[in-house]
Design a protein around this ligand. Structure first.
Ligand code: IMP
Ligand code: MG
Length: 183
């Protein structure tokens, strides 16, 4: 039976089963690459929370968690380019293997800021894991070491991703109707 979706949503892009299968594959890749090493998973609040909570359970390597919150000034679907830290890490990452976990790599402005910030703290290694990537939108030169899915330039919500703070709790990822987006 077709699931009824919210009137502001166009279609389901990735359902729960597809997401969980891909997250398991990413976890397996991470386990292979970090064999014998301890990972500090750094989640970018708030969008990464759902993805990270599934990903960490697919990781068997020893792992600790920390979180960053940043704001890219501007609301709605477009990021303005200026980034500011709202919450810094609780722990020091010097000489640690840091894996940044983010929901989506869009323009790359937020993640290039975060990567520069982490690099200055002298980690043993620094990698990036994103669930979604919109390569067409890139303005800053950022590439993910682990990437769930590459998607076209469409605004998506669910599984942690929001539109004006809504829809994060959807268990699937869906496209928002262009008519429902107010820039
Ligand atoms: P960037 O700095 O442009 O790469 O912005 C990345 C941030 O923009 C992500 O962490 C998301 O919070 C947000 N974002 C970008 N595209 C989408 C989308 O399609 N849906 C929801 N949030 C998005
Ligand atoms: Mg985000």
């Amino acid at each position: 039976m077709e699931r009824a979706i919210h009137p502001d949503l166009e279609k389901i892009l990735f359902d729960e089963e597809t997401l969980s299968r891909r997250v398991a594959e990413l976890g397996a890749e991470i386990n292979r690459d970090y064999a014998g090493q301890e990972i500090v998973m750094v989640g970018v609040l708030k969008g990464a929370v759902v993805f990270m909570s599934d990903l960490m359970r697919a990781v068997t390597a020893p792992c600790t968690l920390d979180f960053l919150a940043v704001s890219s000034y501007g609301k709605g679907a477009e990021s303005s380019g200026a980034v500011r830290i709202l919450k810094d890490l609780d722990t020091a990452v010097e000489h640690k293997h840091v894996l940044i976990v983010e929901d989506i790599l869009d323009s790359g402005v937020t993640l290039s800021y975060i990567i520069n910030l982490m690099e200055r703290r002298n980690p043993a290694s620094l990698k990036l894991c994103v669930l979604l990537d919109k390569p067409e939108r890139r303005r800053a030169p950022v590439a993910a070491h682990y990437r769930g899915f590459s998607i076209p330039d469409e605004f998506v919500v669910g599984y942690g991703l929001d539109y004006a703070e809504r829809f994060r709790n959807l268990p699937y990822i869906a496209c928002v109707k262009p008519s429902a987006i107010h820039q």
